[in-house]
Design a protein. Structure first.
Length: 84
């Protein structure tokens, strides 16, 4: 169904319904209360954390959902239990 495709692949289009992350807000305020060197370190470390979380969320969290949706693993089957 259309709703199933939406919630599997396009859920991030409704991201504006939730508030922005604290990481983005902390980067916006970094010029006010940090030196240039510390602000650059904050920016680099924040983007490193964001990349790690995106990778972990999709690979660890959603990967099994993608496999079930594509029919590669049977829902609540033995293969799904072995993945965990």
């Amino acid at each position: 169904s259309v709703a199933e495709y939406f919630f599997v692949f396009f859920i991030f289009y409704v991201r504006t319904l939730w508030p922005v992350s604290r990481m983005r807000a902390s980067l916006a305020n970094s010029a006010k209360n940090k030196s240039d060197k510390n602000a650059m370190m904050m920016t680099v470390s924040t983007y490193a954390v964001k990349v790690f979380y995106l990778f972990a969320k999709h690979f660890v969290g959603f990967f099994v959902n993608y496999l079930i949706f594509l029919g590669r693993v049977e829902h609540r089957g033995r293969d799904q239990m072995l993945l965990y």
